[in-house]
Design a protein around this ligand. Structure first.
Ligand SMILES: [Zn+2]
Length: 173
């Protein structure tokens, strides 16, 4: 961080502010303190007739890997609204009946909130963000080609609540 976005000064220092306990970027000119916090990623586990819809990523990072539709929560939207928006943007699918399924904190400072959701129908389409979209049952999930640990965690958790847990051989990275 080179310049204060509040006053434009370049007098930025890294220090622990008074009554604080962590290093922060602080502007010595206007005293603004810059707090850095984890970013929130919202998404869904879209289910239709016991199968989960996954999308193959058309964009970096992890281009070409499979993922659950998810992305960064925007300002002024609820986590549920964000999850619906991301699902539509990545798969074109219409979903309903969202319920919180997985909260996962990745080591890259992202906090995931993934909702279980019902697909209203089996209509979906590829988008600029997704080159391929498919339904998978527990046997078919491409465990070694999933983009993110959060997805593995959520899918393992989802399918382990079903009857066919013995067919899943999954280890956390
Ligand atoms: Zn400043």
């Amino acid at each position: 961080m080179n310049y204060c976005s509040h006053c434009g000064s370049d007098k930025i220092v890294r220090e622990i502010p008074e009554n604080d306990h962590r290093l922060r970027y602080v502007c010595e000119n206007c005293n603004k303190i810059y707090y850095e916090n984890p970013r929130v990623v919202v998404g869904t586990i879209p289910v239709f007739q016991n199968k989960v819809l996954l999308a193959k990523r058309g964009i970096e990072p992890q281009k070409g890997k499979w993922n659950l539709p998810a992305g960064f929560l925007e300002m002024d939207e609820t986590s549920e609204q964000g999850a619906i928006r991301e699902t539509t943007e990545e798969t074109g699918a219409e979903i309903s009946d969202l319920s919180v399924h997985t909260i996962f904190q990745s080591d890259s400072n992202h906090l995931y909130i993934l909702f279980l959701a019902n697909l209203k129908n089996n209509n979906f389409n590829t988008t600029p963000e997704s080159t391929e979209i498919k339904f998978f049952n527990a046997d078919e999930i491409p465990w070694n080609e999933l983009a993110f640990t959060s997805n593995k965690y959520a899918l393992e958790s989802y399918f382990s609540k079903k009857d066919n847990t013995d067919k899943i051989n999954f280890e956390m990275e």
